[in-house]
Design a protein around this ligand. Structure first.
Ligand code: PLP
Length: 420
């Protein structure tokens, strides 16, 4: 009987040449992540940085941090040093702690889990824990809440395109355990009023998490360069945890983020331990068990290679690119940045043009963006990869928006999708 197409495991292996050819064929229509026209999420900080990240990743590719203490103490050292550097960068007080997860989603999952167990101790009257999200918070919070058994109240508006703190205050009830703000959120790229949300959290005895997955390695350097950044890190009283992604603007290989805690003692609410099985005590801080040593080493290597000054100079370049983009769009008069985004990513909207048609026209010209649905627009993540493309980007925006304005281009497609 012929096997169905979802059951195919050839008996013979491939020799390396044939294997490469097959990989080339499978990847024939892939876009390159480091294509300068990729404004979606390229996080490229220079060929030298990629080489450092790759070398360290490769060195530890088979090493597993779950055996860090017994077999790979280097991974324990890398992780401790990465956390120490990040705590310094994010103004953490004495006694803070943290660890490396596999990505922003896992950092958020562990933050929600930690908050829930912390609340069991600090708010024992809560039977049906609930967290309150601004409209723009990442869906990872809903994913986390689902897994952890917490319900979610997501706000429906963002006045001035930032978190609706009044609505969050009004939503707080006797089952609320956690408030969230993003620095910045993905959709609108404008840092939430973290200090006001944290003050609310303090007033009501709630856990406050700052999602700095995108901004954690950007905003500290924007501030150091003398630009205005609203308070967003552990310098804000009441901020209990921060997520910051190493595999975004930390520039490490994929599979690394940080969850940082104001008080390391709260790790006990994050830790899972069991000795129920026949192999002794199993205890981890993360949702995952095995952790790729390569991602951890890569994070350490890039941070040590760049130092604060390396991150700062890259952020300076990004701010320059952003300013050129903003000036160019303003001169064209058809498209505009949404507000004045503080960090490295921006949203582009229009009060005159169909932005779905603009996005499609730009995609035909090989540009890659994230999409915004409410209101229709584009999400553009600027990195050092984009230093030299602003003029051609602006020229294409100009041509495409003229086409949309004159009716030569109309939208073919529909909603913004983000499917993994
Ligand atoms: C603000 C924000 N938080 C969290 C995440 C989730 O990160 P990850 O995709 O690494 O799980 C993202 C991803 O883009 C994000 O933009």
């Amino acid at each position: 009987m012929a096997k169905s197409s979802n059951r195919q495991f050839p008996e013979a292996g491939l020799e390396i040449g044939a294997l490469r050819a097959e990989m080339d064929a499978l990847a024939a229509d892939d876009r390159r992540w480091d294509d300068p026209r990729n404004l979606k999420a390229s996080y490229w900080a220079g060929a030298d940085v990629v080489a450092v990240a790759r070398e360290a990743y490769d060195r530890h590719i088979g090493d597993n941090a779950i055996y860090g203490a017994s077999m790979f103490p280097s991974l324990v050292r890398y992780e401790a040093q990465v956390v120490a550097m990040a705590l310094d960068m994010l103004e953490a007080p004495e006694g803070a702690g943290g660890g490396i997860t596999t990505g922003g989603t896992e950092s958020i999952l562990m933050a929600v889990r930690t908050a829930r167990d912390w609340a069991r101790e600090h708010r024992p009257q809560v039977a049906r824990p609930e967290l309150i999200l601004p409209e723009t918070a990442h869906p990872a919070f809903e994913k986390a809440a689902l897994l952890v058994g917490v319900s979610v109240r997501r706000m429906s508006r963002s006045p001035g395109y930032r978190a609706d703190v009044e609505a969050m205050a009004a939503a707080i009830g006797d089952q609320t355990i956690m408030l969230v703000g993003s620095a910045p959120p993905y959709p609108y790229a404008l840092v939430d009023p973290i200090d006001r949300i944290a003050a609310l959290a303090q007033k009501h005895g709630l856990w406050m998490h700052v999602d700095a997955c995108v901004g954690g390695f950007v905003l500290p350097f924007v501030r150091e360069l003398g630009h205005p950044v609203p308070p967003f890190d552990f310098a804000v009283p009441g901020v209990m945890s921060i997520s910051a992604d190493l595999h975004k603007f930390g520039y490490s290989g994929r599979g690394a983020s940080l969850l940082l805690l104001r008080d390391k003692a709260n790790e006990r609410h994050q830790r899972f331990s069991s000795d129920a099985w026949p192999s002794g005590t199993y205890s981890t801080l993360n949702f995952g068990g095995s952790r790729n040593g390569g991602a951890i080493a890569s994070s350490w290597a890039v941070m040590r290679y760049l130092g604060r000054s390396g991150y700062r100079s890259r952020v300076a370049g990004i701010l320059n690119t952003k300013a050129k983009l903003a000036r160019g769009l303003a001169a064209g008069g058809r498209l505009a940045l949404m507000g004045e985004p503080e960090g490295a990513h921006v949203s582009i909207v229009s009060d005159r043009l169909d932005m779905i048609a603009v996005a499609e026209g730009m995609e035909v010209r090989s540009w890659m963006f994230g999409r915004l649905q409410r209101p229709p627009g584009l999400v553009v993540i600027l990195t050092p990869r984009h230093t030299d493309i602003v003029e051609s980007l602006l020229a294409d925006f100009d041509a495409v928006s003229r086409d949309v304005e004159s009716g030569r281009r109309i939208a073919a497609g529909g909603a913004a999708v983000y499917v993994g």
